[in-house]
Design a protein around this ligand. Structure first.
Ligand SMILES: Cc1ncc(COP(=O)(O)O)c(C=O)c1O
Length: 385
C-alpha cells in the first residue's frame, strides 16, 4: 500500500503492478549467438552454428523460387493461409476445415493458449519441455505442472496419473526437444485411454519428418481424435525457420475456434508461398534426411568415443549430459572459442546439458574435434558422464 496525500487526510490506495507477476517472473527468450558475433569475438574464419536445429542445407530451392514469385504482390494483404491449407488438406488427405496455418508452429501454439485456456485451467507437460511452449503457457498465468522424465523420455503413465479436474492442455513434443527422444505408438495408445475428452492434447511434431520412418513412431495423422491438435513446421527439415511458417491439424470445431483468434493476416504471403513450394520439393526433403541420418550417427559416435553421455536421438540434434552445470558452461565457452556454437539448456531447466544440432559433415567434424581438444585440455581421457 502507498499513501497519497489528498488534502488533510492521507488516503491509502492499493498499488496494482502494471505487469502481472507471472509476466514479471518470465525471462525473455535468449536467442543463441550469431555466427557473425562469434566470428568477430574470436577472429575466426569459419563458425559452425549447431545451436538451433536448423537445416544445414539452407532452404528448399523450390521454396525460395515460390517465395520470390510473390514479391511483386507485397502490397496486397495475405489470404490468412487459405492456399496453404488447401494444399496441406490434399497432401494429408483431410478437409481444409481440419487445417490451420500460422507464423511458425509457435504462432499456432500461441493461438491455442489464447483460444482454450481459462484462468482456472492447468497445463501439464514434462519437465524441461520445449522453452517456446513453457514461455507461452506461463505467460497466460495459469498453473503449469510438470512430470519428471523417465530416462529422458516423456513419462506418459505419470502424465496420465497427474491429469486432474483442472487440466485443460497436455503438451507432448514427439520427437522431443531438447532430448531428441520419441514415445511409441504403444505408449501413446495406452496414454490416450486415460485422457478425458475435455483435455486437449497438443502433439508437437516439429521434427516429424526425421522420425516418421521409424515403425514405432506414432504419426499423429493416424490419431485424428477430437481432442488432439497436431503441430508441424517448415522451420526444420524444409529450412524455412526465418520465414515463420507452420501448420496444424485438428477436428474442425477446434480449428473453427482457433481461426477466430488467429491474427487474420498470418502467415505472410511470402511465407505461405515458401511453404507450398517446400511441400512440393521431395528431392530436398530426401537430401536433408540423408544428411541428417549421417550427421546424427557421426555426432553420436564421435561424442561417445570421447566418453560423453549422448541421449539417442530421432531428430536433427543430440543432447549430451555433463557431470555438472559448471562443466556444461565451461564446455559451451570452450567450443565457442573454437568456432562451434551449441545450445546451453539452462533455459529449458537442464543446466548440466548441452544440445548440438546436426550440420554439414565438416561442421560436425569441427565440433567433435573442438570437444576433443576441450576435454583433452581439462580432463585427460578419463571423463565419463
Ligand atoms: C518442439 C518444437 N516445437 C516448435 C518449434 C518452433 O517451430 P516454429 O519455428 O515453427 O515456430 C521448435 C523449434 O525449435 C521445437 O523444437
Amino acid at each position: 500500500m502507498d499513501e497519497i496525500a489528498t488534502g488533510d487526510e492521507p488516503c491509502k490506495i492499493e498499488v496494482v503492478p502494471l505487469v502481472p507477476p507471472y509476466i514479471e517472473s518470465l525471462r525473455p527468450y535468449e536467442a543463441g549467438r550469431t555466427i557473425e558475433s562469434v566470428r568477430r569475438q574470436y577472429g575466426l574464419a569459419h563458425v559452425a552454428k549447431l545451436a538451433s536445429n536448423e537445416n544445414p542445407l539452407g532452404a528448399s530451392p523450390k521454396a525460395i523460387e515460390a517465395l520470390t514469385r510473390e514479391l511483386g504482390s507485397l502490397n496486397l494483404y495475405p489470404d490468412g493461409g487459405l492456399r496453404l491449407r488447401e494444399v496441406l488438406a490434399r497432401e494429408f488427405d483431410v478437409e481444409v476445415e481440419n487445417v490451420i496455418a500460422g507464423s511458425g508452429s509457435e504462432g499456432i501454439m500461441s493461438n491455442i493458449i489464447r483460444t482454450f485456456l481459462c484462468d482456472d485451467d492447468e497445463v501439464l507437460t514434462t519437465e524441461a519441455a520445449f522453452t517456446g511452449f513453457q514461455v507461452l503457457a506461463r505467460s497466460r498465468g495459469v498453473q503449469y505442472r510438470t512430470v519428471p522424465y523417465d530416462n529422458w523420455h516423456y513419462d506418459l503413465p505419470a502424465l496420465a496419473a497427474h491429469i486432474n479436474a483442472h487440466t485443460k492442455i497436455v503438451y507432448l513434443a514427439n520427437p522431443n526437444n531438447p532430448t531428441g527422444t520419441i514415445f511409441t505408438k504403444h505408449h501413446f495408445d495406452e496414454f490416450y485411454k486415460h485422457v478425458p475428452e475435455r483435455v486437449l492434447i497438443i502433439l508437437d511434431e516439429a521434427y516429424f519428418e526425421y522420425a516418421k520412418d521409424n515403425p514405432r513412431y506414432p504419426d499423429s495423422m493416424h490419431y485424428r481424435y477430437d481432442n488432439v491438435i497436431t503441430l508441424r513446421t517448415f522451420s526444420k527439415i524444409y529450412g524455412l525457420a526465418g520465414a515463420r511458417i507452420g501448420y496444424g491439424f485438428a477436428h474442425q470445431e477446434l480449428i473453427r475456434n482457433l481461426l477466430k483468434v488467429k491474427l487474420p493476416f498470418e502467415p505472410s504471403t511470402p511465407a505461405e508461398a515458401a511453404g507450398i513450394g517446400a511441400l512440393a520439393d521431395k528431392e530436398f526433403l530426401h537430401r536433408s534426411l540423408e544428411l541428417n541420418a549421417r550427421g546424427l550417427r557421426t555426432l553420436t559416435e564421435g561424442l561417445r568415443s570421447l566418453g560423453l553421455t549422448v541421449v539417442p536421438s530421432e531428430a536433427n540434434f543430440v543432447m549430451t549430459v555433463l557431470p555438472s552445470a559448471q562443466d556444461a558452461a565451461r564446455v559451451f565457452e570452450e567450443l565457442l572459442a573454437q568456432g562451434v556454437i551449441v545450445r546451453p539448456l539452462a533455459a529449458f531447466g537442464l543446466p548440466h546439458c548441452l544440445r548440438i544440432s546436426t550440420g554439414t559433415n565438416e561442421d560436425i567434424e569441427l565440433c567433435v574435434n573442438a570437444w576433443r581438444r576441450s576435454y583433452a585440455a581439462s580432463h585427460g581421457a578419463s571423463h565419463g558422464g
